[in-house]
Design a protein around this ligand. Sequence first.
Ligand code: FES
Length: 133
Amino acid sequence: MDSFYLEEIRDHYENPNNYGELENPDISHEEDNPFCGDHIRIDLKINDGIIEDVSFSGYGCTISQASASMLTEEIKGKPLDYVRQLSRDDIVDMLGIPLGPVRIKCATLSLKAVKAGIYRFKGWEFDDEDDEE
Ligand code: FES
């Protein structure tokens, strides 16, 4: 495994970006990883279809917390539509290391929470294909 990516992951875990809860978020959604019980909450502020602010909170393993930190960094300032085309492959690319089926659940927990929250907010049909094995 590339030690650069492992270092990046550790750094995001120890010093996460956008950690905490927003005041009066337009969207707030929570998800659990059924395999371990770990939990993540995503808050979003939306302005004119743009993700103006985003935060995450909760608890989980290094991969789940690091991917949440990276994902919130990635989507802040982007249109809601941008989130629609994000897939688990994008999360794996962000993390930069190979992941087995169990760790994929960790890595995509925050994406699942972001998508579910935004899809509900927009009334889009939620296609949870990233959750399939
Ligand atoms: Fe629980 Fe990774 S072990 S989210």
